[in-house]
Design a binder for this molecule. Structure first.
Ligand SMILES: C[S@@+](CC[C@H](N)C(=O)[O-])C[C@H]1O[C@@H](n2cnc3c(N)ncnc32)[C@H](O)[C@@H]1O
Length: 284
């Protein structure tokens, strides 16, 4: 998969090519990256890429022409590299929120992607209308530029490319089945008085899978209830899942999570929860 990024700050993208999973995938040739500086597509001595907004107001607006020429160059480079279709995505606070489903679709598309990173107050609307297929937001907050949003998008897409993850597939992660991920634990078994839920030490794979599913369900219902509704509408919840959710809603299981869903505060309470587990859930 190839990304061409239109940006005034190309070095920021070394964060992906120099570190971790994205670096390994880059070096393995699973994805390619090229950056294009709009300043290289200007024709004045100052290499101007922005100007004051018509109608007044604060800040500057990115000029359409250097961005259009940069996208044309990126598209031509993708054609020369044998990529048949190019999708142009602008990062924008007013774009459609990025989701796991959109990330997976991009990873599976086989298309080349051109990402346009805005700066200043934003980008001349006529460029967006003429050149951009979609505008994507990474959240309801305002960043100083599109680069960090583009980094997040590329990172999320690359980890979905076949071969990018060393071990467990991305199918186990949050959102893969419409739910948040279950909590994770590693050694030691007791850390500062907090014990690992006993079921995870039982070696009983079916019970562990059941416990994790219940944790995912309850966590999602408590922290992101809209996701449960969506999973329900998509037919992703079984009768057993609904039973777990009903038990939780009736307060029959678990305890209310702390704001950040921390582990239980005492070993005794945790052990009691874990041993009480029998197809039921203990929210940790
Ligand atoms: C300072 S922001 C412009 C904010 C714009 N005036 C607004 O109120 O929406 C500069 C650039 O950062 C990027 N950006 C800011 N917030 C973003 C977000 N939540 N998601 C994606 N891109 C964002 C966009 O490329 C934008 O053009």
């Amino acid at each position: 998969m190839r990304f061409d990024v239109i940006t005034l700050f190309a070095p920021m993208f070394e964060a992906l090519t120099a570190h971790g999973i994205t670096r390994r995938a880059f070096e393995a040739g699973l994805w390619q990256l090229a950056t294009w500086n709009p300043r290289d597509f200007t024709h004045d001595n100052h290499r101007t890429v922005d100007d004051r907004p018509f109608g007044g107001g604060p800040g500057m607006v990115m000029l359409a022409e250097p961005l259009a020429d940069a996208v044309d160059a990126a598209r031509a480079a993708q054609r020369a590299a044998g990529i048949a279709a190019t999708r142009v995505i602008a990062l924008s606070a007013s774009g459609v929120p990025l989701t796991d489903a959109r990330v997976r679709a991009l990873a599976a598309s086989g298309e080349g992607v051109v990402l346009v990173c805005g700066r200043y107050e934003g980008i001349d609307q006529r460029f967006l209308d003429a050149y951009v297929d979609e505008e994507v937001s990474v959240g309801d907050f305002v960043l100083s530029g599109g680069e960090i949003a583009a980094l997040a998008l590329i990172d999320a897409v690359v980890r979905q490319l076949p071969g990018a993850l060393k071990e467990a597939s991305a199918d186990d992660e949050s959102f893969a089945h419409g739910l948040l991920d279950a909590p994770h634990y590693t050694r030691p078994e007791v850390w500062r008085g907090r014990a690992v839920p006993a079921v995870l030490l039982s070696g009983h794979h079916a019970q562990i899978a059941q416990w994790r599913r219940a944790q995912s369900l309850v966590r999602t219902a408590r922290l992101r209830p809209a996701l449960i509704e969506r999973a329900r509408q998509l037919g992703l919840l079984s009768a057993k899942d609904e039973q777990v959710l009903r038990s939780d809603a009736q307060g029959a299981v678990g305890r209310a999570p702390a704001a950040n869903a921390r582990a239980p505060s005492s070993e005794a309470a945790n052990k009691a929860d874990a041993s009480a587990y029998n197809g039921r859930v203990t929210m940790v």
